[in-house]
Design a protein around this ligand. Structure first.
Ligand SMILES: Nc1ncnc2c1ncn2[C@@H]1O[C@H](COP(=O)(O)OP(=O)(O)O)[C@@H](O)[C@H]1O
Ligand SMILES: [Mg+2]
Length: 313
Protein backbone atom coordinates (compact mmCIF):
# COMPACT_ATOMS: atom_id res chain seq x y z
CA UNK A 1 0.00 0.00 0.00
CA UNK A 2 1.46 3.42 -1.04
CA UNK A 3 2.32 5.62 1.95
CA UNK A 4 0.26 8.79 2.36
CA UNK A 5 2.09 12.12 2.61
CA UNK A 6 0.70 13.98 5.62
CA UNK A 7 1.28 17.65 6.39
CA UNK A 8 1.37 18.11 10.18
CA UNK A 9 0.64 21.74 11.12
CA UNK A 10 1.49 22.85 14.68
CA UNK A 11 2.77 25.94 16.50
CA UNK A 12 1.03 28.97 14.99
CA UNK A 13 0.59 32.48 16.39
CA UNK A 14 -2.27 32.24 18.93
CA UNK A 15 -1.99 32.41 22.73
CA UNK A 16 -2.22 28.58 22.65
CA UNK A 17 1.03 28.15 20.62
CA UNK A 18 2.79 26.16 23.37
CA UNK A 19 -0.17 23.80 23.73
CA UNK A 20 -0.15 23.25 19.96
CA UNK A 21 3.61 22.58 19.84
CA UNK A 22 3.26 19.96 22.59
CA UNK A 23 0.27 18.33 20.84
CA UNK A 24 2.09 18.42 17.48
CA UNK A 25 5.10 16.58 18.88
CA UNK A 26 2.94 13.85 20.41
CA UNK A 27 0.92 13.47 17.22
CA UNK A 28 4.17 13.19 15.23
CA UNK A 29 5.38 10.41 17.56
CA UNK A 30 2.08 8.53 17.32
CA UNK A 31 1.63 8.62 13.54
CA UNK A 32 2.33 5.18 12.01
CA UNK A 33 5.57 5.64 10.05
CA UNK A 34 4.71 2.58 7.90
CA UNK A 35 1.55 4.33 6.66
CA UNK A 36 2.63 7.95 6.48
CA UNK A 37 5.44 10.23 5.32
CA UNK A 38 5.02 13.18 7.66
CA UNK A 39 6.06 16.73 6.70
CA UNK A 40 5.93 19.31 9.48
CA UNK A 41 4.90 22.98 9.10
CA UNK A 42 4.67 25.80 11.63
CA UNK A 43 2.23 28.37 10.19
CA UNK A 44 4.27 31.07 11.95
CA UNK A 45 7.17 30.50 9.51
CA UNK A 46 6.36 27.79 6.93
CA UNK A 47 3.27 28.84 4.93
CA UNK A 48 5.18 29.46 1.70
CA UNK A 49 6.81 26.01 2.01
CA UNK A 50 3.35 24.49 2.55
CA UNK A 51 2.00 26.15 -0.59
CA UNK A 52 5.00 24.94 -2.61
CA UNK A 53 4.69 21.38 -1.27
CA UNK A 54 0.90 21.23 -1.77
CA UNK A 55 0.94 19.08 -4.96
CA UNK A 56 2.59 16.18 -3.11
CA UNK A 57 0.47 16.33 0.08
CA UNK A 58 -2.39 13.79 0.45
CA UNK A 59 -3.93 15.20 3.62
CA UNK A 60 -3.19 17.56 6.49
CA UNK A 61 -3.50 17.29 10.26
CA UNK A 62 -4.19 20.73 11.71
CA UNK A 63 -2.99 20.60 15.33
CA UNK A 64 -3.53 24.29 16.04
CA UNK A 65 -5.70 25.86 18.74
CA UNK A 66 -7.40 29.25 18.86
CA UNK A 67 -7.41 32.08 16.31
CA UNK A 68 -5.36 31.62 13.08
CA UNK A 69 -5.59 27.85 13.31
CA UNK A 70 -8.90 26.61 14.72
CA UNK A 71 -11.01 29.50 13.36
CA UNK A 72 -11.31 28.68 9.65
CA UNK A 73 -8.29 30.66 8.38
CA UNK A 74 -5.95 27.68 7.88
CA UNK A 75 -8.91 25.59 6.75
CA UNK A 76 -9.59 28.13 3.99
CA UNK A 77 -5.96 28.03 2.83
CA UNK A 78 -6.03 24.22 2.65
CA UNK A 79 -9.33 24.32 0.72
CA UNK A 80 -7.66 26.65 -1.80
CA UNK A 81 -4.73 24.21 -2.03
CA UNK A 82 -7.18 21.30 -2.46
CA UNK A 83 -5.69 19.50 0.57
CA UNK A 84 -8.12 17.48 2.75
CA UNK A 85 -7.76 18.06 6.48
CA UNK A 86 -9.30 16.64 9.67
CA UNK A 87 -12.32 18.18 11.35
CA UNK A 88 -14.48 21.15 10.53
CA UNK A 89 -14.33 23.34 7.44
CA UNK A 90 -14.28 27.13 7.28
CA UNK A 91 -17.88 27.58 8.45
CA UNK A 92 -17.87 25.17 11.40
CA UNK A 93 -14.44 26.34 12.55
CA UNK A 94 -15.27 30.03 12.51
CA UNK A 95 -18.69 29.60 14.12
CA UNK A 96 -17.45 27.34 16.95
CA UNK A 97 -14.45 29.59 17.60
CA UNK A 98 -16.82 32.44 18.41
CA UNK A 99 -18.59 31.74 21.70
CA UNK A 100 -21.24 34.44 21.11
CA UNK A 101 -22.33 33.08 17.71
CA UNK A 102 -22.22 29.57 19.18
CA UNK A 103 -24.54 30.63 22.01
CA UNK A 104 -27.01 32.10 19.52
CA UNK A 105 -27.06 28.85 17.53
CA UNK A 106 -27.31 26.65 20.65
CA UNK A 107 -30.29 28.78 21.81
CA UNK A 108 -31.94 28.60 18.40
CA UNK A 109 -31.72 24.79 18.61
CA UNK A 110 -33.17 24.78 22.13
CA UNK A 111 -29.88 23.75 23.76
CA UNK A 112 -29.41 25.00 27.37
CA UNK A 113 -26.66 27.56 28.11
CA UNK A 114 -25.78 29.75 31.15
CA UNK A 115 -27.43 33.21 31.11
CA UNK A 116 -24.99 35.66 29.51
CA UNK A 117 -24.32 39.17 28.26
CA UNK A 118 -21.61 40.51 25.96
CA UNK A 119 -19.85 43.87 25.64
CA UNK A 120 -17.60 45.36 23.00
CA UNK A 121 -14.41 47.30 23.64
CA UNK A 122 -15.19 50.98 24.21
CA UNK A 123 -18.79 50.33 25.24
CA UNK A 124 -19.97 51.90 28.49
CA UNK A 125 -19.50 49.39 31.36
CA UNK A 126 -22.41 49.19 33.84
CA UNK A 127 -21.37 46.62 36.43
CA UNK A 128 -24.42 47.23 38.63
CA UNK A 129 -26.73 46.36 35.72
CA UNK A 130 -24.79 43.19 34.86
CA UNK A 131 -24.87 41.96 38.47
CA UNK A 132 -28.58 42.78 38.72
CA UNK A 133 -29.29 40.72 35.58
CA UNK A 134 -26.85 37.78 35.97
CA UNK A 135 -26.04 37.71 39.68
CA UNK A 136 -22.64 36.69 41.13
CA UNK A 137 -20.27 34.94 40.65
CA UNK A 138 -19.77 35.89 37.02
CA UNK A 139 -17.46 34.24 34.49
CA UNK A 140 -15.65 36.74 32.23
CA UNK A 141 -14.07 35.39 29.03
CA UNK A 142 -12.82 36.60 25.62
CA UNK A 143 -15.36 35.64 22.92
CA UNK A 144 -12.75 33.81 20.80
CA UNK A 145 -10.42 32.52 23.50
CA UNK A 146 -9.29 29.07 24.46
CA UNK A 147 -7.41 27.13 27.13
CA UNK A 148 -9.10 29.46 29.67
CA UNK A 149 -6.71 32.25 28.63
CA UNK A 150 -7.96 35.74 29.63
CA UNK A 151 -10.70 34.32 31.87
CA UNK A 152 -11.70 35.32 35.42
CA UNK A 153 -14.31 34.13 37.91
CA UNK A 154 -15.58 37.32 39.59
CA UNK A 155 -17.20 37.07 43.03
CA UNK A 156 -17.30 40.80 43.85
CA UNK A 157 -18.76 43.53 41.59
CA UNK A 158 -15.73 45.72 42.35
CA UNK A 159 -13.46 43.22 40.57
CA UNK A 160 -15.45 43.22 37.32
CA UNK A 161 -13.58 46.09 35.68
CA UNK A 162 -10.20 44.35 36.08
CA UNK A 163 -11.64 41.15 34.68
CA UNK A 164 -12.93 43.02 31.61
CA UNK A 165 -9.56 44.66 31.12
CA UNK A 166 -7.81 41.28 31.16
CA UNK A 167 -10.29 39.74 28.69
CA UNK A 168 -10.08 42.80 26.39
CA UNK A 169 -6.34 42.15 26.08
CA UNK A 170 -7.30 39.05 24.06
CA UNK A 171 -10.42 40.13 22.19
CA UNK A 172 -12.56 43.15 21.30
CA UNK A 173 -15.75 41.40 22.47
CA UNK A 174 -16.07 39.95 25.95
CA UNK A 175 -18.65 37.56 27.39
CA UNK A 176 -19.96 37.47 30.93
CA UNK A 177 -21.83 34.35 32.03
CA UNK A 178 -23.65 33.38 35.22
CA UNK A 179 -21.39 31.00 37.14
CA UNK A 180 -22.88 27.47 37.19
CA UNK A 181 -21.94 25.38 40.23
CA UNK A 182 -21.72 21.68 39.44
CA UNK A 183 -19.83 18.82 37.82
CA UNK A 184 -17.86 19.64 34.72
CA UNK A 185 -18.15 17.13 31.89
CA UNK A 186 -17.03 17.10 28.29
CA UNK A 187 -18.42 15.12 25.36
CA UNK A 188 -16.51 14.10 22.23
CA UNK A 189 -18.15 13.36 18.89
CA UNK A 190 -16.56 11.42 16.00
CA UNK A 191 -17.71 10.73 12.41
CA UNK A 192 -18.95 12.39 9.19
CA UNK A 193 -22.51 11.47 8.13
CA UNK A 194 -23.64 9.88 11.44
CA UNK A 195 -21.29 11.29 14.06
CA UNK A 196 -21.17 9.20 17.24
CA UNK A 197 -20.87 10.38 20.83
CA UNK A 198 -17.81 9.14 22.72
CA UNK A 199 -17.94 8.27 26.44
CA UNK A 200 -18.24 11.42 28.57
CA UNK A 201 -15.35 12.61 30.71
CA UNK A 202 -15.81 14.06 34.20
CA UNK A 203 -13.32 16.84 34.97
CA UNK A 204 -12.27 17.35 38.61
CA UNK A 205 -9.56 19.99 39.05
CA UNK A 206 -7.63 19.82 42.34
CA UNK A 207 -9.29 21.89 45.09
CA UNK A 208 -6.44 24.41 44.89
CA UNK A 209 -7.80 25.54 41.48
CA UNK A 210 -10.79 27.88 41.33
CA UNK A 211 -11.83 26.38 37.98
CA UNK A 212 -10.41 24.42 35.02
CA UNK A 213 -7.96 27.20 34.25
CA UNK A 214 -4.80 27.08 32.07
CA UNK A 215 -2.67 25.57 34.82
CA UNK A 216 -5.31 23.02 35.83
CA UNK A 217 -5.57 22.05 32.14
CA UNK A 218 -1.87 21.62 31.37
CA UNK A 219 -0.14 20.73 34.65
CA UNK A 220 0.32 16.96 34.97
CA UNK A 221 -1.73 15.59 37.88
CA UNK A 222 -3.56 18.89 38.53
CA UNK A 223 -6.92 17.52 37.39
CA UNK A 224 -8.61 14.14 37.67
CA UNK A 225 -10.29 13.14 34.42
CA UNK A 226 -12.70 10.24 34.85
CA UNK A 227 -14.04 8.36 31.82
CA UNK A 228 -16.84 7.44 31.71
CA UNK A 229 -18.17 10.24 33.87
CA UNK A 230 -19.86 9.05 37.07
CA UNK A 231 -23.39 10.15 36.21
CA UNK A 232 -26.76 8.44 35.70
CA UNK A 233 -27.25 6.75 32.35
CA UNK A 234 -30.25 8.91 31.51
CA UNK A 235 -28.28 12.13 32.10
CA UNK A 236 -25.25 10.72 30.28
CA UNK A 237 -27.45 9.94 27.29
CA UNK A 238 -28.84 13.48 27.34
CA UNK A 239 -25.36 15.02 27.55
CA UNK A 240 -24.16 12.85 24.65
CA UNK A 241 -27.20 13.91 22.62
CA UNK A 242 -26.34 17.55 23.41
CA UNK A 243 -22.75 16.97 22.23
CA UNK A 244 -23.96 15.52 18.90
CA UNK A 245 -26.57 18.31 18.51
CA UNK A 246 -23.95 20.98 19.30
CA UNK A 247 -21.67 19.43 16.67
CA UNK A 248 -24.36 19.67 14.03
CA UNK A 249 -25.91 23.08 14.89
CA UNK A 250 -22.42 24.61 14.69
CA UNK A 251 -21.78 22.98 11.27
CA UNK A 252 -18.89 20.92 12.68
CA UNK A 253 -17.40 18.02 10.71
CA UNK A 254 -15.37 14.89 11.54
CA UNK A 255 -14.99 15.42 15.25
CA UNK A 256 -15.49 17.94 18.08
CA UNK A 257 -15.63 18.17 21.89
CA UNK A 258 -18.37 20.03 23.78
CA UNK A 259 -17.81 21.31 27.33
CA UNK A 260 -20.77 21.24 29.72
CA UNK A 261 -21.65 21.66 33.38
CA UNK A 262 -24.19 19.51 35.25
CA UNK A 263 -25.67 21.44 38.17
CA UNK A 264 -27.00 20.15 41.50
CA UNK A 265 -30.55 19.91 40.07
CA UNK A 266 -29.20 17.69 37.24
CA UNK A 267 -29.68 20.44 34.68
CA UNK A 268 -27.09 20.55 31.92
CA UNK A 269 -25.52 23.76 30.56
CA UNK A 270 -23.38 23.93 27.40
CA UNK A 271 -20.29 26.14 27.56
CA UNK A 272 -18.61 25.73 24.19
CA UNK A 273 -17.59 23.36 21.39
CA UNK A 274 -13.94 22.81 20.41
CA UNK A 275 -13.34 21.87 16.77
CA UNK A 276 -9.66 21.03 17.33
CA UNK A 277 -9.66 19.63 20.86
CA UNK A 278 -6.35 19.17 22.69
CA UNK A 279 -4.38 16.38 21.01
CA UNK A 280 -1.70 15.12 23.32
CA UNK A 281 -1.93 11.40 24.08
CA UNK A 282 -3.39 12.25 27.52
CA UNK A 283 -5.74 15.00 26.34
CA UNK A 284 -9.49 14.69 26.90
CA UNK A 285 -10.56 13.63 23.39
CA UNK A 286 -7.88 10.91 23.00
CA UNK A 287 -8.80 9.63 26.50
CA UNK A 288 -12.47 9.25 25.51
CA UNK A 289 -11.47 7.68 22.19
CA UNK A 290 -9.35 5.13 24.06
CA UNK A 291 -12.33 4.12 26.24
CA UNK A 292 -14.37 3.94 23.03
CA UNK A 293 -11.73 1.54 21.66
CA UNK A 294 -9.44 3.71 19.53
CA UNK A 295 -5.89 4.18 20.83
CA UNK A 296 -4.07 7.43 19.97
CA UNK A 297 -2.41 6.13 16.79
CA UNK A 298 -5.64 4.62 15.48
CA UNK A 299 -7.56 7.75 16.38
CA UNK A 300 -5.19 9.69 14.13
CA UNK A 301 -5.71 7.09 11.36
CA UNK A 302 -9.48 7.57 11.75
CA UNK A 303 -9.26 11.38 11.56
CA UNK A 304 -7.17 11.13 8.38
CA UNK A 305 -9.64 8.61 6.86
CA UNK A 306 -12.58 10.89 7.72
CA UNK A 307 -10.83 13.91 6.18
CA UNK A 308 -10.19 12.12 2.86
CA UNK A 309 -13.69 10.54 2.90
CA UNK A 310 -15.23 13.94 3.67
CA UNK A 311 -13.30 15.64 0.88
CA UNK A 312 -14.44 13.03 -1.67
CA UNK A 313 -18.10 13.62 -0.71
N1 LIG B 1 -20.58 29.69 33.14
C1 LIG B 1 -19.64 28.97 33.76
N2 LIG B 1 -19.86 28.49 35.01
C2 LIG B 1 -18.89 27.79 35.65
N3 LIG B 1 -17.65 27.52 35.15
C3 LIG B 1 -17.39 27.99 33.92
C4 LIG B 1 -18.35 28.72 33.15
N4 LIG B 1 -17.78 29.06 31.94
C5 LIG B 1 -16.53 28.55 31.98
N5 LIG B 1 -16.28 27.91 33.14
C6 LIG B 1 -15.01 27.25 33.52
O1 LIG B 1 -13.98 27.77 32.70
C7 LIG B 1 -13.40 26.76 31.87
C8 LIG B 1 -13.11 27.31 30.46
O2 LIG B 1 -14.28 27.85 29.91
P1 LIG B 1 -14.72 27.53 28.40
O3 LIG B 1 -15.98 28.26 28.13
O4 LIG B 1 -14.72 26.08 28.17
O5 LIG B 1 -13.56 28.25 27.55
P2 LIG B 1 -12.19 27.72 26.89
O6 LIG B 1 -12.42 27.81 25.41
O7 LIG B 1 -11.14 28.65 27.34
O8 LIG B 1 -11.99 26.29 27.34
C9 LIG B 1 -14.46 25.66 31.85
O9 LIG B 1 -13.82 24.41 31.55
C10 LIG B 1 -15.02 25.75 33.27
O10 LIG B 1 -14.15 25.14 34.19
MG1 LIG C 1 -13.38 24.74 27.22
Amino acid sequence: MKKLTIALLSGGISSEREVSINSGNQVYEALDQDKYDVLRYDPKTDLTKLVNDAPRIDAALIILHGPYGEDGTVQGLLDLLDIPYQGSGVLGSSVAMNKLISKQLYTQAGLPIPPYLSIKKGELIDTEEYVKRLGLPLVIKPVEGGSSVGMTIVKDEADLKNAFELAFEYDSTVLMEAYITGMEITGGVLGNQNPEALPLIEIVPDKSYEFFDYEAKYTAGATREICPARIDDSIAEKAQTYAVMSHSVLFCEGYSRTDMILDKKNDLFILETNTIPGMTATSLFPQAAAVYGLDFSRLLDRLIELSIEGKRK
